[in-house]
Design a binder for this molecule. Structure first.
Ligand SMILES: CC(C)(COP(=O)(O)OP(=O)(O)OC[C@H]1O[C@@H](n2cnc3c(N)ncnc32)[C@H](O)[C@@H]1OP(=O)(O)O)[C@@H](O)C(=O)NCCC(=O)NCCS
Length: 129
């Protein structure tokens, strides 16, 4: 799993119990999955279709640095299934894991569109062509 993005937990990210608000974390994960899918599928029109069980394993506090990791589970026809893990950067303790997040590539009309991809690509390799 590659951990692409780091976040710094700030006062505006906390819930009334002074720990990281779960909704904020899901927002960060959703955006990370969207960016990952847009880059992999080379299509800016990608939506989140499905998220499997969300398991908050530990919490984070103000000032913590967390990192968001993404792995590909499966390339489908119009879909890309991802796995996500968020952990504390310094302690490596897992904060949340989500086993299946299904992102769908769309056409201009908002209908599922085959993406034609079957393996992870790196932008640096595309730029060599
Ligand atoms: C995404 C959307 C176009 C899919 O429409 P649909 O009629 O379900 O399309 P399909 O049945 O052709 O499925 C498309 C793909 O999604 C997958 N899929 C559909 N429902 C799924 C579910 N409940 N769980 C997992 N995967 C699912 C299908 O397996 C298919 O994958 P494949 O093309 O790789 O085989 C439609 O549901 C939609 O617009 N949803 C709203 C998305 C949204 O607004 N998200 C939040 C904002 S980003």
């Amino acid at each position: 799993m590659r951990f692409h993005t780091r976040k710094w937990v700030k006062p505006q990210d906390l819930n009334p119990n002074a720990s990281l608000f779960g909704g904020r974390l899901l927002e960060w994960i959703d955006e990370e999955c969207a960016l990952y899918s847009i880059i992999q599928l080379e299509n800016p029109k990608v939506v989140t279709k499905f998220m499997s069980e969300i398991n908050f394993k530990s919490s984070a506090s103000q000032g913590d640095i967390i990192e968001i990791g993404i792995d590909v589970v499966k390339f489908g026809n119009a879909s890309l299934t991802l796995r996500c893990e968020v952990r504390n950067k310094m302690t490596r303790e897992t904060i949340i894991s989500i086993e299946n997040i299904v992102m769908v590539s769309l056409d201009e009309l908002g209908k599922p569109q085959a993406h034609g991809k079957s393996e992870i690509e790196f932008v640096k390799d595309r730029l060599k062509d």
